[in-house]
Every structure is written in structure tokens, then in C-alpha cells.
Design a protein around this ligand. Structure first.
Ligand SMILES: [Zn+2]
Length: 215
């Protein structure tokens, strides 16, 4: 089965959302801001960037992006907590691009960041079973190096409840070996999904995120 058959891509959600020009500018600005600084922009920054008349208007645009499951916007705190593939909070999936360290929502999101930004990157994470360190160097859309030798990724079945970040992402992880993925599956027999080798996982990341900042 090809990777295309299992991934629910952000690009598909973006196409379904039919964003206005201003909403799409906001979406790109949020992603660029995460990529450049490692954090989300605030309402004041977004208002300035989009030349909106008020922060309420900026909040309305973010609410729209949240409803399309393109970002996670907390209306109570008025903060963006995530914008796929980026997390506003530190996670176990870090991506080093140049001199920046970015935090990804999950293993596949981390692998997709170099493709989305058209830049080489090093993903650092850990085995979801034994916590052994895992590293993957992605360059030109392929795996240039990785450690340890047997790294695999787990991609869960589609989940219909809640936004992706809070339901599905938490189970998209790396394992140091097929053996440790097997041990985790044995301990969690109700979890359905697909084991991906690293190149398949990079391909999934590219499919989900590769086009998000292209015009
Ligand atoms: Zn392990």
C-alpha cells in the first residue's frame, strides 16, 4: 500500500477550506513566523502584518483557520498553540534547520518540515518505547543519514474525533527498531495503524506539508 492511501494531508484540508486571500496570507504568515522564530505570532503582530483594523479581526481570521484544522487557536488565551507541522510548546520531536531549533507536533510533521522549508534539517526525537535517541538528517527530500539503523515510524488509523493535533498526532512516533514498535503494539493491541520505514515516513511528510508554502 502506498503512503498516499493512508495520509490525511494538510494540503487536502487547505483545499477544502477555500480560504479567502487574507486568510491564506494569515496562514502563510503564521507558518513563516514559526519557521523563522520557533514561536507563533501574537494577535498584534498578525493585525499589523495583514493591516487589519482590530485584533478582533485578527482573532476572527485565526478562528477560521482553527475551524479548518490548519492551526490550533485557543480563543480563551488568544494564542496560537500550534500550526501544522509546528508546535508552540516544546515537544519530543525537534527539527534543527540552520541555527534554529523548531518543535514539531509529531514524527511525520518533523520529517515534513525540511521539505516544506526547502532546507536540509536534522530531526531529533526518541524511541516511543525505550526512549533511545533517534536522529534523521533529511536533505533534498530524502534521508541523508539516520541513527540508529532500524528506525521506523508509526502512523495511526484516521481518527474522527477532535482536531488532529490533540487526537492523532500524539500517536505518530518513531521507534528505534521494528522490535520496539512490535513491543509497543503488543502492549497497546487496540491501536490500529501502519508501520512506515524512514523513507516512506519522509515521503508522507513531504506529501502532507511540502506544498504548504509554495505559491
Ligand atoms: Zn527503542
Amino acid at each position: 500500500m502506498g503512503v498516499a492511501a493512508i495520509v490525511d494531508t494538510v494540503a487536502q484540508r487547505l483545499a477544502r477550506a477555500s480560504l479567502s486571500q487574507a486568510e491564506d496570507r494569515a496562514r502563510r504568515y503564521v507558518l513563516r513566523h514559526f519557521a523563522d522564530t520557533g514561536r507563533a505570532p501574537g494577535l498584534a503582530e498578525l493585525r499589523r502584518e495583514l493591516q487589519l483594523s482590530s485584533e478582533e479581526d485578527a482573532a476572527a481570521v485565526l478562528t477560521r483557520l482553527h475551524e479548518a484544522d490548519l492551526i490550533v487557536y485557543d480563543a480563551t488565551t488568544e494564542r496560537i498553540t500550534a500550526a501544522y507541522p509546528f508546535s508552540g510548546k516544546p515537544t519530543g520531536h525537534r527539527v534543527e534547520i540552520g541555527d534554529r531549533t523548531l518543535h514539531a507536533l509529531c514524527a511525520i510533521d518533523a520529517l515534513g518540515i525540511p521539505s516544506m522549508l526547502d532546507a536540509p534539517g536534522v530531526i531529533r526525537s526518541e524511541c516511543f518505547w525505550c526512549h533511545a535517541p533517534i536522529g534523521v538528517h533529511v536533505e533534498g527530500g530524502v534521508v541523508a543519514a539516520h541513527w540508529p539503523a532500524g528506525v521506523v515510524a508509526w502512523y495511526p488509523e484516521k481518527d474522527s474525533c477532535g482536531c488532529t493535533a490533540t487526537s492523532r498526532c500524539i500517536l505518530i512516533n518513531f521507534f528505534c527498531s521494528e522490535g520496539h514498535l512490535g513491543a509497543w503494539r503488543k502492549a497497546n493491541p487496540r491501536e490500529e495503524g501502519t508501520a512506515l520505514n524512514l523513507q516512506e515516513a519522509v515521503e508522507a511528510g513531504r506529501m502532507i506539508f511540502g506544498e504548504l508554502l509554495r505559491s
